[in-house]
Design a binder for this molecule. Sequence first.
Ligand code: NAI
Length: 334
Amino acid sequence: MLNVGVIGCGGMGKDHIKRLTNKIQGANVVAVSDVFEEGAKEAAALAGGAKVYTDGKDLINDPDVEAVFIVSPGFAHTDSLLQAIEAGKRVFCEKPLATTAEDCKKIVDAESASGKHLIQLGFMRRYDKGYVQVKEALQSGEYGEPLILHCTHRNPEVGTNYNTPMAVHDTAIHEIDTLHWLVDDEYESAQVIMPKVTKYSHSELKDPQIMLLRTKKGICIDVEVFVNCKFGYDINCEVVCEDGAIKMAEPSYPSIRKNASVSTTIDTDCFVRFEDAYDTEVQNWVDCAEEGIINGPTAWDGYLAAVTADALVKAQESGQIEPIVTAEKPEFYK
Ligand code: NAI
């Protein structure tokens, strides 16, 4: 049994505590921490009475805690990650790794200096059945080399505090990680095209946006990010290859005939659309603990995502093609 401590008991933290307690095999939540003590107490009850801390560092250094789940807001991840590396504890950290590329690099350097692979990052789409099927088809070699990816990331709506850069940092960040993993490549440049703005947006948000990424092998990717599309949480991905085109399967719902029309369901949020992926990523992290390995997204992937996101935000402002320049990949992550 892996004894886990969870830092951050907001929406996602509670979701992970319920998952670890009720669904995942081989893990126990033994401690929780939140700067808001009442929230931590509520979360502890969900785990059937875990210890409560208000300082994440105390949780990390608790000898009963074997592994740490970091689900605090992104700005608080760096401190907890560095403390967990120092304590030599296995970590699952929700995305983002950190809020700046500089902090991500600090974390990457600290983990590689420790000599132990400790951090898995919560980019759950790599565990989604649809994406896994596309990756397997690509790896089969039957369709030749991938050339173009057409993707959409549509949300029904967002709050009024959501602004233009958040379309990168909070939305496209999932495509940024998943797509380079899918085609086993790294990014070279970024550009953002701004179409006419929907009447459902506001002055601080350009919506929709078309984000373009080019990989080092020359694959061109377009991602339509449309966060006030009104009709649903609609994630699509099609890979055009030399010998065929592979379109990711949509979630399966019945098709209903009524009033002279045929309809089917589109999900409305990521927690339903990727429910199985969240479960699979966490089960996999727990299963790999015995062997002491990380086989999901690493701190290096978190660093790549941060550098790519910065280039996309720059491209939103400049309208130009912006280069994506990363440090040399350390041997440790190869
Ligand atoms: P939230 O705002 O609902 O909860 C954050 C919690 O952390 C709050 O209870 C707050 O009191 C607490 N907190 C703040 N500073 C802290 C600190 N220094 N130490 C401990 N606790 C602290 O946020 P939410 O939605 O739960 O997001 C948490 C993380 O999960 C973020 O990194 C977010 O990006 C990620 N997330 C990932 C998703 C995914 O699809 N993989 C989906 C939703 C969130």
